[in-house]
Write a protein that binds this ligand. Structure first.
Ligand code: B12
Ligand code: SF4
Length: 530
């Protein structure tokens, strides 16, 4: 059978660098590769099917081209893969365009958002035949065998005689070693290793890709839906399987890898074995991962650094214990400080802190405490995002109970908590505090950690034009100016704040205008421009 898999992108989460092509002729994209469809492509190809992938980041395959290819190649199934609430409108638009041009081809949606909202998605978007819930590997193989009679395909939501049916859940698959390595070869794209800061920072020009060594996380943070998607379980590939993939990637010339695991730091023995395998096999790839600050694997930070772990990212979230407790983060400020210190002492070059501002019950003093705390930590980089609420999370359920959101009317909308929760500070206050906090933080870092800051900036200047690096430093001092600056336009970098707001706005629009999307270039362009 022939399958098409399409990765739906939010335009604000990737950029095309000014130097458009890699030496091998591939288009270069600053962003993460679409590892979801790459994983599925490898699985269906091994089973003897044909698979063609498209990534919306590829300017050479706009929606019109994808639709044209569907007309020409007549695939047996088209799968659209997307991650979150903000990519759902783009997925709907493309699905409706495909359906308008081809009444026959079966369409399937998959990914975290589709999983957590399957029946609602099926009702709102009846053009899509199947909504696939959870892991896609075995599900897709089963679906291809039973396209005409999908009643027994576990994990599928579909419709029969006008009734939406959700087949039973698929039992969580613990044997992740059974699946082949993702198919990274079939997309004509090269990915540039960059960081998700306001002005994306290029970390290296090494051949870059992502890898998934484990799935899930068992903690109860109220804003996160990973535990729901994975039924509260953590599952992993064996160390030897991971090392084999590293060996393969090294043979293919990759120099940098980022793990998309939710919590890499969970099982010390596995981490130790992965690091040993990397060293024993003379693998030189630099890698990065994310984990919790209360990990029991912190004694392995030196071993990780020795095995070329260059980037370690922690979910710090707040510098106020009260806010951490409100978010059910189940971590203390002492744990944050000690894990960051240990990571730096171990020699990990870039230690990043993810923060949120605008949490329920957070006061101005709490936000100030967060920035003061961030200043004192030996973090190299940090991101301060506004807290948002997603359907499926414990916080969403709380908001439904408190009457702040309507589960039936609001499920597909993207909300910053401050927009709907009166216990949050207002948006303007949060933004003003964030801008002031960032200024203080930058000054503090420059004055108190000049060597560390200089080393980081030197890394950035290796791969970015000097004007972009200068802009990165002065950005917090520029105020709340809207829209991209001249520098950002020049470097083709992304102004997250304005584009994020536009993406959020798109999710809150009534569905009706999306219902009969004509296939024309202007519609696609304007949807993507939002
Ligand atoms: C990497 C990542 C990113 C990267 C994106 C990389 C990329 N290529 O686009 C970046 C940093 C850009 C990012 C940004 C954001 N992200 Co993000 N991200 C992730 C993360 C950590 C990993 C995703 C991943 O690569 N998984 C690995 C692959 C193999 O899994 P997968 O894609 O889910 O695919 C599997 C199945 O879902 C299924 N499947 C998928 N598609 C299909 C299709 C078919 C047909 C079938 C059959 C099966 C199927 O099969 C695959 C194999 O089993 C997830 C957390 C997670 N664990 O999923 C959050 C996550 C998806 N992100 C999330 C959020 C909120 C965001 C942002 C909105 C954050 C923000 N406020 O700015 C943005 C929006 C991005 C967007 N919409 O495009 C939320 C989504 C919550 C929600 N309900 O909407 C998640 C779940 C994290 C969380 N708990 O908060 N993200
Ligand atoms: S520790 Fe991270 S991945 Fe786990 S539930 Fe909390 S936010 Fe989600």
């Amino acid at each position: 059978m022939r399958i098409f898999l399409i990765h739906i992108r939010d335009p604000q989460f990737y950029a095309l660098p000014a130097a458009k092509r890699a030496a091998n002729g591939n288009i270069r994209v600053m962003g993460f590769p679409p590892i979801g469809i790459m994983s599925l492509s490898a699985v269906v190809k091994r089973a003897g099917h044909e698979c063609v992938m498209f990534d919306q980041a590829n300017p050479e395959t706009p929606n019109e081209t994808i639709i044209e290819e569907i007309r020409n190649q007549r695939p047996d199934l088209v799968g659209l893969s997307f991650l979150s609430t903000t990519s759902y409108p783009h997925a709907k638009i493309l699905a409706r365009q495909i359906r308008a041009s081809d009444a026959r081809v079966p369409l399937a949606f998959g990914g975290v958002f589709a999983t957590l909202n399957a029946e609602r998605v099926k009702r709102q978007c009846p053009e899509v035949d199947f909504v696939c819930r959870g892991d896609g590997e075995q599900l897709l193989l089963d679906l291809l065998e039973r396209l005409d009679d999908p009643g027994s395909v576990a994990g599928l939501t579909w419709a029969k005689d006008g009734q939406v049916i959700s087949n039973p859940n698929r039992p969580l698959d613990r044997n992740l070693d059974q699946w082949p390595f993702p198919d990274r070869e079939s997309l004509p794209l090269d990915f540039v290793e960059s960081m998700p800061l306001d002005v994306p920072c290029v970390l290296s020009m090494e051949r870059f890709t992502t890898m998934q060594t484990s799935r899930g996380c068992p903690w109860p943070c109220v804003f996160c839906d990973i535990p729901i998607f994975n039924e509260g379980k953590w599952r992993s590939r064996s160390a030897s399987h991971v090392v084999e993939e590293f060996k393969y990637l090294q043979s293919q010339g990759y120099g940098a890898v980022y793990f998309v695991d939710d919590h890499f730091l969970l099982q010390p023995k596995r981490i130790e074995a992965i690091c040993r395998g990397i060293n024993d096999n003379q693998i030189t790839i630099q890698w990065g991962c994310e984990g919790r600050v209360d990990s029991v694997a912190q004694h392995l930070f030196p071993a990780m650094a020795k095995a070329h772990c260059r980037t370690l990212m922690f979910g710090v979230e707040s510098g106020s214990q009260k806010v951490l407790d409100r978010l059910k983060k189940e971590q203390t400020l002492e744990e944050v400080a000690s894990s960051v210190t240990r990571a730096k002492e171990a020699g990990i070059e870039i230690v990043h802190g993810f923060y949120v501002v605008g949490s329920p019950d957070e006061t101005v003093e709490d936000i100030r405490a967060t920035f003061s705390f961030a200043a004192k930590l030996r973090l190299d980089t940090f991101g301060f995002n506004r807290l948002c609420v997603y359907r499926g999370t414990p916080l969403w359920k709380e908001y439904v109970q408190r009457g702040l959101v309507d589960d039936d009317a609001d499920w597909f909308k993207y909300f910053k908590c401050s927009e709907i929760d009166p216990t949050c500070l207002s948006g303007p206050v949060i933004n003003a505090e964030r801008t002031a906090g960032l200024r203080r933080l930058f000054l503090y870092k420059l004055l108190h950690y000049p060597a560390q800051t200089f080393r980081l900036l030197r890394r950035f200047t290796r791969y970015m034009p000097l004007r972009d690096v200068i802009h990165l430093i002065v950005k917090p001092f520029l105020g709340n100016k809207q829209g991209p600056t001249k520098n950002e336009v020049l470097s083709r970098a992304v102004e997250h704040a304005a584009m994020k707001d536009a993406a959020a706005e798109l999710t809150t629009r009534p569905d009706a205008p999306f219902e009969s999307i004509p296939l024309n270039e202007e519609t696609t362009k304007s949807a993507h421009a939002l």
